[in-house]
Design a protein around this ligand. Structure first.
Ligand SMILES: N[C@@H](CCC(=O)NCCCC(=O)O)C(=O)O
Length: 262
């Protein structure tokens, strides 16, 4: 996929904080940054989780979209009124302090937003919703965790059904009523935030995708991982292309580009 240079979206990609070799790193998994290049011909820019030291409003003036990534860490339960406990670890407080205000600001400014897995959960928490933990242990729920394997392709295998909400924005994007996705999560939406619309559910009722109700632009969250098979899985590719199209439309509408000389 190629596009005119002036319509190449700059995409803010959220970072996890990791302590390795006596250094603190702010990192994003390669699958997310590659999906920005492969899936929408954009330029990923990893945004460090610096919390209130990050001028989010100025950042959002300079980027064309926000991709909130997945992570093995969990949102700190007190952020949605629950008790922290060892079972909910690991946490990433610096990431929480960055992504929650970033999500709210992106929605406020109408910056296209795609939230994946933990990012989907952060979207719900950022707007006032809650999460449930160890969903596989709850009555009537299935196991949404990754298959036990050292092979990432096996862990991210596409295997779980989701049913799309009829007439929703996600259905228009993926042009399907039901399809299979991968699933690598222990937590799930508990109370859905006001201002979110359910776009897909799993057979056990777990909310699998949402959109921001009445959002000025593209604002979608999915519990699964479209980034992983973006090049080969049709719904994944369509979702990333729609994200890219929304960013390009916003660039054009903002007139923030000078047509390059032919
Ligand atoms: N930690 C949360 C969110 C899950 C998530 O984002 N998973 C992505 C990483 C998957 C992996 O490599 O294990 C939860 O568990 O619900």
């Amino acid at each position: 996929m190629t596009n005119a240079p002036q319509l190449t979206p700059l995409v803010a990609v959220t970072a996890d904080v990791k302590d390795v070799d006596n250094y603190r790193w702010h990192a994003a998994a390669e699958t997310y940054v590659k999906a920005v290049t492969i899936g929408l011909a954009g330029i990923p820019v990893i945004v460090p989780s610096l919390g209130d030291a990050l001028d989010i409003d100025r950042l959002l003036e300079r980027v064309d979209g926000v991709l909130v990534t997945g992570s093995r860490s969990n949102v700190h339960p007190p952020l949605y009124g629950a008790e922290a406990d060892a079972a909910s670890e690991p946490y990433d407080h610096a990431r929480d302090a960055t992504t929650l205000p970033l999500i709210r600001a992106a929605i406020r400014h109408g910056v296209p937003l795609l939230a994946i897995c933990r990012g989907f959960q952060e979207l719900n928490v950022a707007l006032g919703g809650t999460l449930i933990s160890e969903v596989q242990d709850l009555p009537g729920r299935s196991d949404h965790r990754a298959p036990v394997s050292n092979d990432q392709a096996e862990r991210f295998a596409i295997r779980q059904d989701v049913v799309i909400t009829t007439g929703g924005c996600l259905g228009r994007i993926v042009d399907a009523e039901a399809f299979k996705v991968n699933s690598l999560h222990r937590q799930a939406v508990g109370t859905l935030a006001e201002g979110l619309t359910v776009e897909a559910v799993a057979p056990d009722g777990t909310i699998e995708a949402v959109s921001v109700t009445g959002a000025a632009g593209f604002a979608v969250g999915v519990q699964w991982h479209p980034e992983y098979w973006v090049a080969t899985d049709a719904p994944s590719g369509r979702l990333f292309r729609a994200f890219g199209d929304a960013m390009r439309a916003r660039i054009a509408a903002r007139g923030s580009y000078q047509a390059a000389a032919e």
